[in-house]
Design a protein around this ligand. Sequence first.
Ligand code: MTE
Length: 339
Amino acid sequence: MKFWRNPEYQTLRSELTPEGLFLDRRTLMAATGALGAGTILNPLAADAAPQKPQTAGAPPATAAAAAQAPQPGATLTARRTTYAVADVLSSEDAVTGYNNFYEFGTDKSDPARFADKMTVSPWSVSVEGETDAPRSYGLRELVDYSKLEERVYRHRCVEAWSMVVPWVGVPMADVIRKLKPKASARFVQFETYLNPKEMRGVRLPVLDWPYVEGLRMDEAMNELAFMAVGVYGKALPKQNGAPIRTVLPWKYGFKGTKSIVRIRFLKSQPPTSWNKAGANEYGFYSNVNPEVDHPRWSQATERVIGGKGFNERRRTEMFNGYSKQVASLYAGMDLAKNY
Ligand code: MTE
């Protein structure tokens, strides 16, 4: 483990953020019209007019069209779902301004400052390994933009802070089915884009680049596993992992892979970036677990970012509150050993 920072240091940093930057839930809803049924509408959309219509249902006609990613910030239409939580949403400013994307630097403000250089369209994902359909897929072959859904998930970082985020995307299981994994595939690995010309942070060996993460296949097929292409009703900003990233709300945030360019189906457990950096601190599973502390800090509580009670601490819940959906995946496993 090299650069992971002490959470209390992050507390100090965030206290430097003017509180006026963070909108409360009511202001946010009024601003975005988020109460509208069925779709997410955003008056800011005019500032970020998409280059192509984003809601066309027909599949892309050519490989070039399939690889066209929406411009970050373009309005997306998404179906409301019952995946919601009682907690107050974190403000859009917090979600898009307080990030971990070490390829752009290790400070929370670096991704929003420096990710702009990253090319996110056209975008293809190479699918490899134990699959009957290995090849390069244009983004729109993986994700049908006419079938997007919104899910509000809790997001718990291993650094002991948390947010509540309205993601837009598709179930991971739907994407995986299209990729025809063989029965021999027991794990799936996701890999992030890597380009030193566009990513100033990779000049330093903070992690063994490219960023890689992995899941067991049954975890990847769980109903909660999500491939996000948007947040707050708009195509993902680059700092959040445009144009496509994984979201796994019962796991620590680092299990989510941003800006994915490769998906590998594997027979055995793949290496993962943070586990390589510090195996005694970051396990392969990394399920949120208030009873298993990080060697250098407690995981019993978390600091809430960008929501009501800004910076208040709350108790961390087992599997981040998603036990009902995921506990059975780990039946019989010692979660202190398989952290
Ligand atoms: N993916 C890449 N490629 N690089 C990263 O540094 N950071 C992880 C995860 N995915 C990271 C990454 C961590 S530690 C967290 S908490 C989440 O992204 C943060 O996602 P957010 O910035 O959208 O909140």
